[in-house]
Design a protein around this ligand. Structure first.
Ligand SMILES: NC(=O)c1ccc[n+]([C@@H]2O[C@H](COP(=O)([O-])OP(=O)(O)OC[C@H]3O[C@@H](n4cnc5c(N)ncnc54)[C@H](O)[C@@H]3O)[C@@H](O)[C@H]2O)c1
Length: 266
């Protein structure tokens, strides 16, 4: 086996991915499985989690699907248990489950704020806690949190969402500081715009169907604003997750990796 292959080989490893039923979580699940990991696909939608697990299994990988609302603290231990059942331990944990609401700061309704905090922030923290405890008592591991370019660029109308993503960055750094001595690495990925289910909100008709003309307009404008002159694809983010999950990044912790086409630089 060559050194490059070894650096990205996840054979014998077990990964838990929340929000694995769609978008960036699904791409990450597929790529980690392709690198040899067994993957626990967790999502609030059982059908979506099962679809991701089926895609992995059809490609020859190992996966389990679990329905899990990350805002519920108790589900995270169930995800640890499922990982142990699948492969004996937890080596990688990706907190990708997330939600978005669009409001100006002056208008954010409390229910939207609660939803953002419950899923994006508390959901990520609960995942970090469950993963960290399991990894500390075992052989260490890699925790990856999904932040966003929105934590760096002050974009209008997504203030509540951006606040949770900014908090995730600081959670990531402090946990990296506290758990490095246990062999636990904690990093974040801060993607730029990728047209997933969540991000397609900007080009939908009132009935929820896609508006092709609006889509072209919106994606064109976003692409034009990026130095690389394109929007992201799910695998652009999945490969960043794969790097942080792999032995190749074994000296990397407390960092924010930003696959974003250059829209934000830090
Ligand atoms: N797409 C982008 O442009 C973009 C950019 C930056 C950051 N992100 C972040 O990436 C992550 C994934 O987003 P995506 O673009 O893949 O969106 P997506 O909507 O395609 O996927 C999100 C998944 O999370 C699941 N989910 C929602 N609430 C949940 C809950 N309470 N418990 C468990 N699962 C839940 C959904 O069912 C869905 O399958 C999010 O944290 C998002 O904030 C996305």
């Amino acid at each position: 086996m060559g050194r490059v292959h070894e650096g990205f080989d996840l054979s014998g490893r077990v990964a838990v991915i929340t929000g694995a039923g769609s978008g960036l979580g699904r791409s990450s699940a597929e790529l980690l499985a392709d690198a040899g990991a067994a993957v626990v696909c967790a999502d609030i939608s059982l059908a979506a989690a099962e679809e991701s697990a089926a895609i992995i299994e059809a490609a020859g990988g190992r996966a389990a699907a679990v329905v899990a609302d990350v805002a519920d603290r108790s589900v995270h231990q169930r995800l640890v248990d499922e990982a142990v059942r699948l492969g004996g331990h937890v080596d990688v944990w990706l907190n990708s489950a997330g939600v978005m609401h669009d409001d100006k700061i002056l208008d954010i309704p409390e229910e939207d704020l609660d939803h953002l905090i419950d899923v994006n922030l508390k959901g990520t923290l609960f995942g970090c806690q469950a993963a960290g405890r399991a990894m500390k008592d075992d052989r260490g591991g890699s925790i990856i949190n999904m932040a966003s370019a929105a934590m760096l660029v002050a974009s209008p109308d997504v203030g509540g969402y951006a606040m949770t993503k900014g908090a995730i960055v600081q959670l990531t750094r402090i946990m990296a500081l506290e758990t490095g001595k246990f062999g636990i690495r904690v990093n974040a990925v801060a993607p730029g715009y990728v047209p997933t289910k969540m991000a397609s909100r900007y080009f939908l008709n009132e009935d929820g169907t896609e508006n092709p003309e609006l889509k072209e307009l919106v994606l064109g404008a976003i692409a034009k604003a990026a130095p690389l002159r394109r929007v992201g694809e799910v695998d652009d983010i999945g490969y960043a997750v794969l790097y942080l999950a792999s032995p190749a990044s074994s000296y990397v912790t407390g960092q924010i990796l930003s696959p974003n086409g250059g829209v934000a630089m830090h």
